[in-house]
Design a protein around this ligand. Sequence first.
Ligand SMILES: Cc1cc2nc3c(=O)[nH]c(=O)nc-3n(C[C@H](O)[C@H](O)[C@H](O)COP(=O)(O)O)c2cc1C
Length: 182
Amino acid sequence: MELNHEDVVRLVQTHPTSVVTTVNEEGVCDAASFSWLSPVSHNPPMVSIIVSPERYTYENLKATGEFVLNVVTKHFLDDVMYLGTESFRDNPNKLDEAEVTLEDAEEVDPSRIDEAVVWLECVVDGMHEAGDHYVVVGEIVAAEVDEEFWKDGRFMAEEAETLHHVGGNKFLVGGNLVEWEE
Ligand SMILES: Cc1cc2nc3c(=O)[nH]c(=O)nc-3n(C[C@H](O)[C@H](O)[C@H](O)COP(=O)(O)O)c2cc1C
């Protein structure tokens, strides 16, 4: 469904663990798990992912400058752990061995993951070295959310049961929604 700029960045307002897809110079797709990410700008809509230069994903971002941020849910947890521990650098068949359905993105070369509930297609705006990681800022050029989880102008992260990484193999899922009233 179509979203305005304000809404697009709210899709990652809760910092959901996501799978980032990229392509190398031969056009081969990689996918890896990311829990360090954030909205950056409303207009133009931008997000950031925090990437170690050890990741093959980092090489792809440098070489081809595009990614898709696929927000996944607890139903995808096995794949999150697999994609987050196996590297394309060691295993170019990484994706063939995962339970992942790739589909064409609208505006960028990296594929979308069909099992996700939010898709943010991004073009890299800058890669900023910060300690032992890079802050990679992407401008969102196409965005979509599973309509089932978009109600009353917001992403129902608690209903989608997105993953929120605590560390290691532990995640927060769901939780209690607290509404402040004056
Ligand atoms: C839950 C989870 C979250 C992760 N978050 C990040 C992250 O935010 N940044 C990062 O550089 N690596 C992160 N990783 C590690 C990469 O996903 C992992 O090194 C992956 O194998 C890289 O694959 P690639 O070399 O094919 O890009 C995470 C791993 C897991 C399991």
